[in-house]
Design a binder for this molecule. Structure first.
Ligand SMILES: Cc1ncc(COP(=O)(O)O)c(C=O)c1O
Length: 436
């Protein structure tokens, strides 16, 4: 017993214990516990978590209502494979979700993660249309399982060495107003031309099962497309009987100031992928669709052992209550607009800030080499370090890791937000001095 390593010793052997693809990331902070917007390091310091557990902890770490709901459920039944055992929580959750999902989605398949939701959506789309093609979009991120990585292109590193991928996946450009060579006005036209070309040269529209996209790209750089592109996709999909799949794994559950980003844009998907914020850190994902569509996914054509775990579903029910009762959608809109104004001021004063953008509390700052639009990942690394030293945990995104996302838990107060933005500004100014 006595030769069991201490936590410190385990940390020093992290690289021998965990696969590098898991362990070699930023910043590997040894952590004691977490509460609200804070994580408490073993160094005795408190950090503001502006990654919110990769966007999962929308109502804050260890929200007491979510913890209590999970604990109560755990004491009753931990595991209840759906279809064999039918506890109340997943049924109640399906009913509740049906009240808030866009596109009239009122039937659900529960899994455990975002990638599983994407896998399910691809399978469902192919199954119900009898078509093979999936059109996904450059810069998109949909997860790491084989189907999900086959539609992921935010970094080629995620794909390298893992092929061959799922056949019949095609890519078109995603409109990126800041980076498109055609500018903010031309980027929609460019992106739609790619689809026309695919239809003309590569795959007939009647062979395409679905368009699969994030309504705002997350990992790919917090890219906000012009609404008209989403409207056009909906129209093309309707014209050709193609299904529109929105991957709202990162944009969902209040992050954008609405339940889902689809509601920000007023464009309805046929199939919705949900995970992350749904259960505030408990593993849960879902594929959602209208009953006429989902109801055609016959018995045993898809399945899972753990999906719709009752503890995760009980946590998700508490998340819904907290978002409503603490008025977090409105808070995301109000605080997001305030933060964006402050970040705009930073853009005006810092030569390494190329663009700032956001919807609700899904915010990002893109870094460039001064006087150009060239991506500046070195500056990003510098800002991340400077911010962490000052107690603010941030994480990058974007094809070149040239962008920093700011996604605090939605329970953040105005005062906490101001403190974080002041730290962020100091970190950017310090990075500008030392590594522009
Ligand atoms: C938009 C999107 N889809 C899918 C995923 C994959 O989710 P998970 O890591 O839960 O498999 C992610 C994860 O970051 C995501 O951001």
């Amino acid at each position: 017993m006595s030769n069991r390593p201490t936590y410190e010793e385990l940390l020093s052997r992290l690289g021998d214990l965990l696969a590098p693809c898991l362990a070699q990331d930023w910043p590997n902070l040894p952590v004691e516990r977490a509460e609200g917007i804070y994580v408490y390091g073993t160094d005795g310091r408190r950090y503001m978590d502006f990654l919110a557990g990769f966007g999962a902890c929308n109502v804050g770490h260890n929200h007491p209502r979510v913890v209590a709901a999970a604990r109560q459920q755990m004491e009753r039944i931990v595991h209840a494979p759906l279809g064999v055992l039918t506890p109340e929580a997943p049924l109640r959750l399906a009913w509740e979700l049906g009240q808030i999902t866009p596109g009239g989605a009122n039937m659900f398949f529960f899994g455990n993660s975002g990638a599983e939701a994407v896998e399910g959506a691809i399978k469902l789309a192919r199954y119900v249309t009898g078509r093979r093609g999936i059109i996904a979009f450059l810069g998109g991120f949909h997860g790491r399982t084989m189907g999900a990585v086959s539609v992921t292109t935010s970094k080629v590193r995620y794909r390298n060495g893992h092929g061959p991928f799922l056949p019949d996946v095609y890519f078109a450009r995603y409109p990126y107003p800041f980076r498109s060579s055609a500018g903010p006005e031309g980027c929609v036209r460019e992106a739609l031309e790619d689809i026309e070309r695919l239809f003309e040269y590569v795959i007939a529209p009647e062979d395409v099962a679905a368009f699969l996209l994030e309504p705002i790209q997350g990992e790919g750089g917090y890219v906000i497309p012009p609404r008209e592109w989403l409207v056009a996709l909906r129209e093309i999909a309707d014209r050709h009987g193609i299904l529109l799949i929105f991957d709202e794994v990162q944009t969902g559950f209040g992050r954008t100031g609405q339940w889902f980003a689809a509601q920000v844009f007023g464009v309805e998907p046929d199939i919705l992928c949900i995970a992350k914020g749904i259960a505030n850190g408990f593993p849960l994902g879902a594929v959602a669709a209208r009953r006429e569509l989902m109801g055609r996914w016959g018995p045993a054509s898809h399945g899972t052992t753990y999906g719709g775990n009752p503890i995760s579903c009980a946590a998700a029910l508490a998340v819904l209550e907290v978002i409503r009762e603490e008025n977090l959608l409105e808070r995301a809109r109000v605080l997001g607009a305030y933060a964006l104004e402050r970040l705009e001021m930073l853009r005006a004063e810092a030569s390494i800030v190329g663009d700032v953008r956001g919807v609700g509390l899904m915010l990002a700052v893109e870094f460039v080499r001064p006087g150009t639009k060239d991506p500046n990942p070195e500056a990003v690394r510098c800002v991340l370090r400077e911010a962490l030293q000052r107690g603010l945990l941030l994480y990058p995104c974007g094809h070149w890791s040239q962008t920093i996302r700011l996604i605090p838990p939605l329970v953040i107060t105005q005062g906490q937000l101001e403190e974080a933005l002041a730290i962020f500004r100091e970190a950017v100014r310090a990075a500008e001095r030392s590594c522009a």
